[in-house]
Design a protein around this ligand. Structure first.
Ligand code: ZN
Length: 260
């Protein structure tokens, strides 16, 4: 089990519980996480969902040491299908759960880590939070779910993609990606206080408010852009596959050195 799930006072708390691996996401963790979101979405006793990570870091991203098929079985079709389901569809589904959600982020939130916090409606960050997407080092133009431009604005999105550098919590707050920055030791309490305030509001009003904002983004092109950029992402995998074979493991050590 990689996910803990608790409900108290109308707040469902979903915890990434793999701190020994900085909450890196293997397939099982993501499937358990999706099940927890579904449980919270369908439980009438739950008004607000909090997503948090156990330990020093929110999430190191996709677990590049997960159990992969044999190299000969890793085709672009396999990559496309696997990533459509666990990265694109999961993140979109969590974004559209008709209840408010809050991510509490501390430490590193790398690449696939963004796919867990961006779909949440609000983000509370600890002062030590660092958000980054260094997958350009792998020859791919960013992670599967292209929140970058929507969350950071076009220039900042390009800057972090072009350089691979991390955005600090304060910087993320300035551009509106994060709602609030708090001391690390205050993260859980402040997130809970915000969740408690929201949980006291009328559920149908909350649902409609969320729909109003998400629908506005969708009319502006959010949904269509997310879909088409996923395909752009896949061409990066296609090229890397044709040049090097499955690129991820080969690039892993180099990437780690550059981001640490
Ligand atoms: Zn990918």
């Amino acid at each position: 089990m990689y996910i803990r799930y608790e409900v108290a006072d109308k707040i469902a708390t979903i915890t990434l519980d793999r701190p020994q691996a900085a909450n890196a996401q293997n397939a099982d963790l993501l499937d358990e996480l999706d099940a927890a979101w579904t449980r919270a979405a369908t439980d009438d006793e739950v008004a607000v969902i909090v997503l948090r990570g156990e330990g020093k870091h929110f999430s190191a991203g996709h677990d590049l040491k997960d159990r992969w098929p044999a190299p000969k079985d890793i085709t672009l079709e396999w990559i496309y299908q696997t990533e459509s389901r666990r990265y694109l569809e999961y993140s979109l589904r969590w974004r559209n759960v008709p209840k408010p959600s809050i991510a509490a982020v501390q430490g590193r939130c790398i690449a696939g880590g963004l796919l867990l916090c961006w779909p949440c409606d609000l983000i509370v960050a600890a002062e030590d939070a660092l958000f980054s997407d260094p997958v350009v080092f792998m020859g791919i133009g960013g992670v599967e779910y292209h929140g970058h431009t929507w969350e950071l604005g076009a220039r900042k999105a390009k800057e972090i993609l072009f350089t691979g550098r991390a955005v600090t919590a304060r910087e993320a707050e300035q551009v509106g990606m994060v709602n609030k920055v708090v001391a690390r030791e205050e993260l859980d309490a402040q997130t809970r206080a915000l969740a408690t305030t929201i949980a006291a509001m009328p559920p149908f009003g909350l649902r409609q408010a969320k729909r109003a904002v998400n629908q506005t983004l969708d009319v502006q092109g959010f949904y269509a852009a997310i879909q088409s950029v996923f395909d752009v992402h896949s061409t990066g995998h296609g090229n890397a596959l044709s040049v090097n074979g499955f690129p991820i493991l080969m690039a892993l050590d180099e990437m780690k050195q550059r981001i640490e």
